[in-house]
Design a protein around this ligand. Structure first.
Ligand code: KMH
Ligand code: ZN
Length: 287
């Protein structure tokens, strides 16, 4: 199958840790709101939902109960792949960032390096990354590396080669965060160069170049693209999106315009090698 025949996996990141309701009034906070958004986004074409949680007042949180409730509410209504962030917010200690793993998601993100995240340090030292890997492997949670700069890509590949990260390598390349790689064709080239050919790579971009970067990624054969309020609150320059699902519908249209098909949830699970938790439990391999 050539790359342009391969369905593209759309991920939605509905909440994040930085955006506020002042930026985007439709930002979901509670487990009910996040789950409703996740289901609407799955109906619109998303196959994966990247989850952060918030306290009711919008404060970024890592409370396990919130992850558990959010994932349970999503699973009641959809088989969309659930992925928890272990990046959390810049000020969260690693123990808090890892809390969502205990909710038994299908997948989790893992940071493979440190950076300036705008004006703040966003630190993941190798021993902390290894803690995430070990806990995720114990719980049979598939990992996606969140890579904001070339050094993160190189370190992720090193972790794969050293047998710390298990294949297949799933890499989400994030462009345009101040302090990380820039959202440009040259930035994409630099991030792709160290990756083994077998990598499932997706692209996230923040800022005004977002849509162009996603288009470029789709034309370069990306396995996935990501949208959602975590990354951008606008549908077009100066036009706020009405909902996360509107951003997903727009991403679907973009992919189809560029000759790509969009992965169903089942196709995405096969592409990512991520069975549902029900399948893991039924096979007797997991708890
Ligand atoms: N909130 C950012 C500091 C991730 O989820 O892996 C980190 C982040 C990345 O959102
Ligand atoms: Zn995130």
């Amino acid at each position: 199958m050539s790359w342009d025949d391969k369905p593209v996996v759309i991920t939605v990141a509905p909440t994040g840790a930085e955006v506020t309701r002042d930026d985007q009034p439709a930002l979901p906070h509670t487990p009910l709101e996040i789950a409703a958004d996740a289901v609407a986004c799955a109906d619109a074409g998303a196959a994966v939902v990247h989850l952060h949680v918030r306290e009711e007042d919008g404060t970024p949180s890592s409370r396990l109960e919130l992850f558990v409730e959010t994932i349970a509410l999503i699973r009641e209504r959809s088989s969309v792949v659930t992925m928890v962030s272990t990046g959390g917010a810049v000020w969260m200690p690693m123990d808090e960032r890892m809390a969502g793993l205990e909710a038994g998601p299908d997948m989790a993100g893992i940071e493979t390096g440190s950076m300036n995240f705008g004006e703040e340090p966003f630190v993941t030292i190798p021993s902390d990354a290894r803690r995430v890997v070990e806990r995720a492997h114990t719980l049979e949670i598939a990992l996606e590396a969140e890579m904001f700069d070339v050094g993160h890509v190189i370190q992720g590949v090193r972790m794969l080669e050293q047998g710390e990260l298990l294949p297949p390598l799933r890499a989400n390349l994030v462009f345009g965060v101040p302090g990380g790689v820039d959202a440009s064709p040259e930035g994409l080239d630099a991030m792709l160069r160290p990756l083994p050919a077998s990598t499932h790579w997706s692209v996230t971009a923040v800022g005004r170049h977002q849509r162009r970067m996603l288009a470029l990624a789709l034309l370069r054969g990306a396995g996935g693209i990501r949208v959602g309020f975590e990354d951008g609150v606008y549908l077009r320059r100066g036009v706020l999106a009405a909902s996360n699902s509107e951003l997903v519908a727009d991403a679907v249209e973009l992919a189809k315009t560029l000759g790509r098909t969009v992965a169903t949830i089942d196709e995405a699970r096969a592409i990512l090698s991520v069975p549902s938790r029900r399948e893991i439990i039924a096979s007797g391999e997991g708890a």
